[in-house]
Design a protein around this ligand. Structure first.
Ligand SMILES: [Ca+2]
Ligand SMILES: [Ca+2]
Ligand SMILES: [Ca+2]
Ligand SMILES: [Ca+2]
Length: 210
Protein backbone atom coordinates (compact mmCIF):
# COMPACT_ATOMS: atom_id res chain seq x y z
CA UNK A 1 0.00 0.00 0.00
CA UNK A 2 1.43 3.33 -1.02
CA UNK A 3 1.64 6.00 1.52
CA UNK A 4 0.68 9.38 0.27
CA UNK A 5 3.15 12.13 0.92
CA UNK A 6 1.97 15.34 2.31
CA UNK A 7 4.29 18.24 2.76
CA UNK A 8 8.08 18.14 2.71
CA UNK A 9 10.60 16.52 4.96
CA UNK A 10 12.89 18.74 6.92
CA UNK A 11 15.82 17.86 4.62
CA UNK A 12 13.80 18.71 1.49
CA UNK A 13 12.77 22.01 3.02
CA UNK A 14 16.36 22.81 3.95
CA UNK A 15 17.61 21.97 0.44
CA UNK A 16 14.78 23.94 -1.20
CA UNK A 17 15.37 26.98 1.02
CA UNK A 18 19.10 26.77 0.35
CA UNK A 19 18.51 26.59 -3.42
CA UNK A 20 16.09 29.50 -3.27
CA UNK A 21 18.75 31.48 -1.41
CA UNK A 22 21.34 30.66 -4.07
CA UNK A 23 18.95 31.59 -6.90
CA UNK A 24 17.95 34.86 -5.24
CA UNK A 25 21.58 35.60 -4.43
CA UNK A 26 22.67 35.13 -8.06
CA UNK A 27 19.74 37.20 -9.31
CA UNK A 28 20.73 39.98 -6.92
CA UNK A 29 24.39 39.75 -7.95
CA UNK A 30 23.42 39.83 -11.62
CA UNK A 31 21.25 42.89 -11.01
CA UNK A 32 24.05 44.69 -9.15
CA UNK A 33 26.67 43.68 -11.73
CA UNK A 34 24.31 44.62 -14.58
CA UNK A 35 23.55 47.98 -13.04
CA UNK A 36 27.21 48.85 -12.37
CA UNK A 37 28.23 47.75 -15.90
CA UNK A 38 25.39 49.86 -17.29
CA UNK A 39 26.37 52.85 -15.13
CA UNK A 40 30.01 52.44 -16.08
CA UNK A 41 29.15 52.39 -19.81
CA UNK A 42 26.90 55.45 -19.40
CA UNK A 43 29.60 57.33 -17.49
CA UNK A 44 32.24 56.41 -20.07
CA UNK A 45 29.93 57.63 -22.82
CA UNK A 46 29.34 60.87 -20.91
CA UNK A 47 33.10 61.44 -20.44
CA UNK A 48 33.66 60.82 -24.16
CA UNK A 49 30.94 63.23 -25.21
CA UNK A 50 32.34 65.87 -22.79
CA UNK A 51 35.77 65.59 -24.45
CA UNK A 52 34.30 65.57 -27.96
CA UNK A 53 32.10 68.63 -27.33
CA UNK A 54 35.01 70.59 -25.80
CA UNK A 55 37.31 69.73 -28.72
CA UNK A 56 34.60 70.62 -31.25
CA UNK A 57 34.38 74.04 -29.58
CA UNK A 58 38.18 74.48 -29.76
CA UNK A 59 38.12 73.52 -33.47
CA UNK A 60 35.29 76.00 -34.06
CA UNK A 61 37.27 78.78 -32.36
CA UNK A 62 40.63 77.96 -33.94
CA UNK A 63 39.66 77.24 -37.54
CA UNK A 64 39.88 80.93 -38.51
CA UNK A 65 43.16 81.55 -36.67
CA UNK A 66 46.19 82.75 -38.55
CA UNK A 67 48.59 79.79 -38.62
CA UNK A 68 51.75 81.87 -38.19
CA UNK A 69 50.08 84.00 -35.50
CA UNK A 70 49.90 81.31 -32.81
CA UNK A 71 51.54 82.14 -29.52
CA UNK A 72 53.61 80.25 -28.49
CA UNK A 73 54.36 78.72 -31.89
CA UNK A 74 53.23 75.26 -30.60
CA UNK A 75 55.63 73.36 -32.89
CA UNK A 76 56.79 71.29 -29.90
CA UNK A 77 53.29 71.14 -28.41
CA UNK A 78 51.84 73.50 -25.82
CA UNK A 79 49.14 73.34 -23.10
CA UNK A 80 48.14 76.90 -24.00
CA UNK A 81 47.58 78.75 -27.26
CA UNK A 82 46.70 82.35 -28.06
CA UNK A 83 45.48 83.37 -31.51
CA UNK A 84 43.41 85.94 -33.35
CA UNK A 85 40.44 84.77 -35.38
CA UNK A 86 39.66 86.19 -38.81
CA UNK A 87 36.28 87.89 -38.46
CA UNK A 88 35.93 89.43 -41.91
CA UNK A 89 37.49 91.29 -44.80
CA UNK A 90 37.28 95.07 -45.27
CA UNK A 91 38.67 96.86 -48.33
CA UNK A 92 40.56 93.72 -49.36
CA UNK A 93 42.28 93.42 -45.96
CA UNK A 94 41.69 90.77 -43.32
CA UNK A 95 39.95 91.96 -40.16
CA UNK A 96 41.12 90.14 -37.05
CA UNK A 97 38.95 89.79 -33.95
CA UNK A 98 39.92 90.03 -30.27
CA UNK A 99 42.64 87.55 -29.40
CA UNK A 100 41.62 84.33 -27.73
CA UNK A 101 43.57 82.12 -25.39
CA UNK A 102 42.69 78.47 -24.85
CA UNK A 103 44.56 76.86 -21.98
CA UNK A 104 44.54 74.12 -19.43
CA UNK A 105 44.51 75.83 -16.03
CA UNK A 106 44.63 74.33 -12.51
CA UNK A 107 41.19 73.66 -11.06
CA UNK A 108 40.03 76.02 -8.29
CA UNK A 109 39.33 72.90 -6.18
CA UNK A 110 42.60 71.08 -6.79
CA UNK A 111 45.82 73.12 -6.73
CA UNK A 112 48.77 71.88 -8.81
CA UNK A 113 50.61 70.27 -5.85
CA UNK A 114 50.65 66.50 -6.52
CA UNK A 115 47.77 65.95 -4.07
CA UNK A 116 44.10 65.16 -4.64
CA UNK A 117 42.95 68.22 -2.66
CA UNK A 118 39.23 67.78 -3.36
CA UNK A 119 39.31 63.99 -2.80
CA UNK A 120 37.56 63.09 -6.06
CA UNK A 121 40.09 60.37 -6.94
CA UNK A 122 41.92 62.47 -9.55
CA UNK A 123 45.17 64.31 -8.73
CA UNK A 124 45.64 67.90 -9.96
CA UNK A 125 42.81 67.93 -12.49
CA UNK A 126 42.37 71.18 -14.39
CA UNK A 127 39.89 73.12 -16.48
CA UNK A 128 40.04 73.94 -20.17
CA UNK A 129 39.37 77.67 -20.30
CA UNK A 130 38.94 80.03 -23.23
CA UNK A 131 39.70 83.68 -22.50
CA UNK A 132 38.59 86.31 -24.98
CA UNK A 133 40.77 89.45 -25.12
CA UNK A 134 43.18 88.23 -22.39
CA UNK A 135 44.71 91.20 -20.55
CA UNK A 136 42.48 93.54 -22.54
CA UNK A 137 39.50 95.70 -21.56
CA UNK A 138 36.96 93.11 -22.72
CA UNK A 139 38.59 90.10 -21.01
CA UNK A 140 36.06 87.34 -20.55
CA UNK A 141 36.57 83.65 -19.71
CA UNK A 142 34.51 80.56 -20.54
CA UNK A 143 35.20 77.11 -19.10
CA UNK A 144 34.97 74.66 -22.01
CA UNK A 145 35.50 71.55 -19.93
CA UNK A 146 36.49 70.46 -16.40
CA UNK A 147 38.38 67.38 -15.10
CA UNK A 148 41.20 67.77 -17.63
CA UNK A 149 44.01 65.42 -16.57
CA UNK A 150 47.39 66.69 -15.35
CA UNK A 151 49.24 64.70 -18.03
CA UNK A 152 48.12 62.86 -21.15
CA UNK A 153 47.58 59.14 -20.41
CA UNK A 154 50.86 57.24 -20.86
CA UNK A 155 52.94 60.40 -20.39
CA UNK A 156 54.87 61.35 -17.22
CA UNK A 157 56.77 64.56 -16.53
CA UNK A 158 60.33 63.33 -17.24
CA UNK A 159 61.60 65.12 -20.37
CA UNK A 160 60.92 62.00 -22.46
CA UNK A 161 58.20 61.32 -25.05
CA UNK A 162 56.90 58.23 -23.18
CA UNK A 163 54.01 57.49 -25.53
CA UNK A 164 56.04 58.11 -28.70
CA UNK A 165 53.58 60.55 -30.33
CA UNK A 166 56.27 63.16 -31.05
CA UNK A 167 55.40 65.52 -28.18
CA UNK A 168 57.37 65.47 -24.92
CA UNK A 169 55.51 65.62 -21.60
CA UNK A 170 52.19 66.73 -23.07
CA UNK A 171 49.51 67.71 -20.57
CA UNK A 172 45.85 66.74 -20.54
CA UNK A 173 45.37 69.47 -23.16
CA UNK A 174 47.96 69.96 -25.88
CA UNK A 175 48.13 71.96 -29.09
CA UNK A 176 50.74 70.89 -31.64
CA UNK A 177 51.26 72.97 -34.79
CA UNK A 178 53.13 71.70 -37.83
CA UNK A 179 52.73 74.44 -40.45
CA UNK A 180 48.99 74.98 -40.66
CA UNK A 181 48.16 71.47 -39.45
CA UNK A 182 47.03 71.68 -35.82
CA UNK A 183 46.73 68.56 -33.67
CA UNK A 184 44.61 68.95 -30.55
CA UNK A 185 44.71 66.44 -27.71
CA UNK A 186 42.35 66.43 -24.74
CA UNK A 187 42.06 63.95 -21.86
CA UNK A 188 39.45 63.97 -19.14
CA UNK A 189 39.25 61.87 -15.94
CA UNK A 190 35.67 61.72 -14.71
CA UNK A 191 35.13 60.37 -11.17
CA UNK A 192 32.25 57.87 -11.18
CA UNK A 193 29.76 56.70 -8.56
CA UNK A 194 31.60 53.43 -7.85
CA UNK A 195 34.75 55.19 -6.59
CA UNK A 196 36.38 54.62 -9.96
CA UNK A 197 37.61 57.09 -12.55
CA UNK A 198 36.63 56.98 -16.21
CA UNK A 199 39.28 58.24 -18.60
CA UNK A 200 38.50 59.63 -22.00
CA UNK A 201 41.09 60.90 -24.43
CA UNK A 202 40.60 62.26 -27.96
CA UNK A 203 43.02 63.56 -30.59
CA UNK A 204 41.77 65.59 -33.53
CA UNK A 205 43.37 67.64 -36.29
CA UNK A 206 42.42 70.79 -38.16
CA UNK A 207 44.04 72.55 -41.09
CA UNK A 208 44.05 76.32 -40.64
CA UNK A 209 42.86 78.22 -43.70
CA UNK A 210 44.82 81.40 -43.14
CA1 LIG B 1 46.22 68.99 -6.11
CA1 LIG C 1 41.06 65.99 -7.49
CA1 LIG D 1 54.14 62.19 -25.93
CA1 LIG E 1 57.25 62.20 -20.54
Amino acid sequence: MRTSRKGFTLIEMTVATGLLGVVMGSALMMTVAGRSAFEEAAQRQQAESTVRRALERVVLEMQWAESDGLSPDCSAGSPTVTFQPLVGVAGGAAVWGDSRRIARVASANDADDGLDNDGDGVIDEGDLVMTIDPGGPDEFSVTLCTQVTEMAPGETLNGIDDDGNGVIDERGFNVEALGNLITLRLSVAQPTSGNTVTMSSITTSITLRN
